[in-house]
Design a protein around this ligand. Structure first.
Ligand SMILES: NC(=O)c1ccc[n+]([C@@H]2O[C@H](COP(=O)([O-])OP(=O)(O)OC[C@H]3O[C@@H](n4cnc5c(N)ncnc54)[C@H](OP(=O)(O)O)[C@@H]3O)[C@@H](O)[C@H]2O)c1
Length: 341
């Protein structure tokens, strides 16, 4: 155990960075061993950490000096530069962005799923999967173990916090403008998201009908499930919805053998990463409003139908910034740095 570990959280003022601080606080990580960093825009900003107040400093080689672990909760372009800078400072680096997810030289690690990948590489940077992949992998794995899984079709209904503080602000402004009878402008999202749905989250890949977000699920699941020796094809549609926090996922899973819903439910209940909420007659099922700040992924509305008994349909929710990013950052980081904090 590394009791003197110093951690820098870069992007501490952002949606994910805020959740990282909450996660570290829950684990009683000492304030005096924590440094909060951002761009020059947030220099001097004060962040509450329990009873303490931490002042944000701009990230630089100087402010990274002496850090044992650097958690990057920054946009991908910033992470590319900052990961090298943090490595040069001798720190372990875990990155929440998409910068290294497709890089075969950087392990893609989902703590609790393929944590063993942390022990078998020579570099100092670890990439984390997206929030949607975090949820899909955790839901599919117990089904794969019980029945085998051939294919997963996903529709992800993504809250605007997936686009960070700017996404939150845009939905707030658009909702307020629309309720006042004004037509708002769209800056962060390609169309108005207030009282609307937009079937595009982030940019499209060059010369492709898939967005980077959607293509990411396929690639990240292929990387993660390779460690299990059985790779289901995962593909789907990302939809921006006018909620603030939490993603909803409609999943259609093609199992390798037919499974009664009761057996599928039992398999899902056996996973500590999941909470099964599935009593529809009592209006009990996953809701984004229920999953905020919950480290488990909620699963419910399990259904199959006799004409296609190998298909299982379900609905799930995940706290995108907390469970889908911050928890992974902290768990992978502490394990890498050899701390039990
Ligand atoms: N939000 C989610 O649900 C989610 C889930 C999984 C992964 N992620 C990934 O996590 C990362 C952070 O997302 P977010 O939602 O927290 O975004 P955000 O709310 O926009 O926060 C971004 C943070 O990065 C900092 N930053 C930006 N450019 C920087 C630079 N050049 N140097 C240092 N700091 C810089 C910002 O600091 P300033 O305040 O100083 O600008 C801010 O603290 C992204 O890569 C995102 O894709 C997000």
């Amino acid at each position: 155990m590394n009791e003197n570990l110093r951690i820098a959280v870069v992007g501490a003022t952002g949606v994910v960075g805020t959740e990282v601080l909450s996660t570290l606080l829950l684990r009683d990580f000492p304030a005096e061993q924590l440094t909060v960093l951002g761009s020059e825009r947030s220099e001097g900003e004060e962040l509450a950490y329990g009873e303490e107040t931490l002042e944000v400093e701009p990230v630089s080689a100087e402010t990274l000096r002496g850090m044992g672990l650097v958690l990057l909760a920054t946009p991908a372009d910033a992470s590319r530069t900052l990961a090298s800078m943090a490595q040069a400072a001798g720190a372990w680096v875990v990155d929440a962005s998409s910068a290294f997810r497709a890089d075969g030289t950087v392990p893609l690690v989902l703590p609790g799923f393929n944590s063993e990948a942390l022990g078998s590489f020579k570099g100092r940077i670890v990439a984390l999967p997206s929030a949607v992949t975090t949820a899909v992998a955790n839901i599919v794995e117990p089904l794969r173990q019980a029945f085998g899984v051939a294919q997963v079709q996903v529709t992800a209904l993504m809250g605007v916090s997936s686009s960070g503080q700017r996404g939150l602000k845009e939905l707030e402004q658009q909702t307020s403008a629309l309720l006042s009878g004004r037509e708002p402008e769209a800056h962060v999202f390609p169309h108005r998201v207030g009282f609307n749905l937009v079937p595009q989250v982030g940019p499209f890949l060059a010369n492709s009908p898939w967005t980077e977000e959607e293509a990411g699920w396929t690639l990240e699941c292929a990387r993660l499930f390779a460690s299990k020796g059985e790779v289901p094809v995962v593909a789907g549609t990302a939809v921006q919805v006018p909620t603030f926090f939490g993603h909803g996922l409609s999943l259609h899973v093609r199992l390798k053998k037919p499974a009664p819903v009761e057996q599928a439910r039992a398999a899902l209940k056996g996973s500590p990463a999941l909470k099964v909420l599935d009593t529809p007659t009592e209006k009990v099922y996953p809701l984004p409003s229920l999953v905020t700040a919950d480290p488990t992924i909620h699963v419910g509305r399990l259904r199959s139908f006799p004409q296609a008994p190998e298909w299982l349909t379900l609905f799930a929710t995940v706290d995108n910034a907390g469970r889908g990013a911050a928890l992974n950052l902290v768990e992978a980081g502490l394990r890498l740095a050899g701390s039990d904090a």
